[in-house]
Design a protein around this ligand. Structure first.
Ligand code: UDP
Length: 160
């Protein structure tokens, strides 16, 4: 096991979250970050960027046979994206729960997609769907040595 993998479990588990171009245009960056901050997760990497077609095609490579693939890549290229890495116990699964279902129509109120969007093709946020995808996506979007490991002063108020 490499170092990255072995340091990314337990309270050091990491996930890749991205506020999509519609979320950025609709001024939801602060609101969305606030959800994860308030929950107790730790932000360890963040950048606002215009993603290239190559990066997006690679990011969504598992969906390349789906009819919406090219539309999806165009949507993700339509403006800046806020790319982030968040850390914490069970963060991959928990972030997905907080995000809601792929289709906002199936997402409960209180979830990000449940509260902030209506259509599946404009669903404001991405979150890795497994630890394996998180690992792949973080190394695709970030230089992992540039992620910031920092001690949070509130950590013992969040974890036993
Ligand atoms: N998507 C879409 N139409 C669909 C299904 C998905 O436009 O019928 C888009 C949507 O933006 C979704 C992304 O493709 O977030 C990736 O799909 P996936 O099934 O991986 O959903 P996610 O993991 O984002 O919930």
């Amino acid at each position: 096991a490499n170092i990255f993998q072995s340091t990314c479990t337990g309270v050091n588990e990491r996930t890749f979250l991205a506020i999509k171009p519609d979320g950025v245009q609709r001024h939801l960056i602060g609101e969305i970050i606030r959800h994860f901050e308030k929950k107790g997760f730790k932000l360890v990497g963040m950048k606002l960027m215009q993603a290239s077609e190559d990066l997006l095609k690679e990011h969504y490579i598992a969906l390349c046979d789906r009819p919406f693939y090219s539309h999806l890549v165009e949507y993700m290229r339509s403006g800046p994206i806020a790319a982030m890495v968040w850390q914490g116990l069970d963060v991959v699964k928990m972030a997905r729960t907080m995000i809601g279902e792929t289709n906002p129509a199936d997402s409960r109120p209180g979830t990000i997609r449940g509260d902030f969007c209506i259509e599946v093709s404009k669903n404001v946020i991405h979150g890795s769907d497994s630890i394996e995808s998180a690992r792949r996506e973080i190394s695709l979007w970030f230089h992992t040595d540039k992620l910031t490991c920092w001690a949070e002063s509130t950590e013992h108020w969040i974890y036993e």
